[in-house]
Design a binder for this molecule. Sequence first.
Ligand code: NAI
Length: 355
Amino acid sequence: MNRADRKIEGERQSTQPDRDAQAARVVTLIEGDGIGPEVIGAAVKVVEATGVPIVWERQLAGRAAFERFGNPAPEELLASLRRTGVALKGPLETQVGQGYRSVNVFLRKTFDLYANVRPVRSFRGVHSAFKNVDLVVVRENTEDLYAGIEHEVTPGVVESVKVITEHASRRIARFAFAYAERHGRRKVTAIHKANIMKLSDGLFLRCAREVARDYPHIEYDEQLVDAACMRLVMNPQGFEVLLLENLYGDIISDLCAGLVGGLGVVPGANYGENGAIFEAVHGTAPDIAGKNVANPIAAILSAALMLEYLGQAEACARINEAVARVLRSGRTLTPDLGGKATTEQITAAIIRNLD
Ligand code: NAI
């Protein structure tokens, strides 16, 4: 690919009138792989319908970037993220057992986006095993087994290294308690396996306990990860903010999504000190990609979190309310929610319901 092509690829694509460009916030837009372009396209339409001026800086990542540049995380992408500090991102493909390393993990580590936050709540109109679930998964995002530090000791023997540090454990605990305080939550539950991983999970737990002492008005408890899984699928209403290491957080996020109707309705955000990337919990969903049936709500709610981060709390609330209304009416639902609507139809319904 030549320089001219690259310039076009990285070019800012504004859908706002020129006169708004001064006031507009620049955001890196990564459509992603699989259903990414469909759901991120929907989220962009909804954000634009709120009238908040955004200039999108479109960038390729993942498979699309690998096919184009031979690099799933090209320098243009990194430069854009450094410039804007904020991204709305679709899912990126990571091959199982082979291929390039996860770009998601790479971006989170490169930009030190240490806190992964996933609000999980029930919506009226969405069929699920439970009602009134309203919890938040706060997951450490930069270390643990999930960092993928592996090597072959000798053929037939591999080691995967679990790194837990005091620095990362303490700052994610602080984030979880500060989040709980800011959002009026009454309880933080640290989830661990310190009975077996006495040193690594033990350190994580010690940091959580120390931070908890600074927040005496917020209840703090601890649960073994196995027991927590059982309690989550029996009484999810007993949880408010879950504080987890990276790998447990990854697994439990999907479990929690299953409590409220699936991956199509759970948004997410990765926060650091100097920036944030907003993305749904779900992956590229290759089984439904390109069919105009993917549920865009998780991406749309992630975009709403992004607006909140950008100081647009009212636009965020309007999107949340529009989504809730569409789900409540039950008339325009995608197949994962038991309906027959297309991605485009549910997006249009959400836009119609924006106050
Ligand atoms: P997945 O989340 O892509 O799909 C799991 C199931 O949920 C599939 O049946 C899919 O059709 C369904 N699903 C997911 N999102 C949906 C939506 N918005 N609407 C309707 N149905 C939806 O998980 P899977 O199959 O394990 O991963 C596929 C690829 O995605 C892998 O390469 C994986 O590495 C990647 N991935 C990327 C993530 C990211 O970029 N943040 C997160 C999770 C997975």
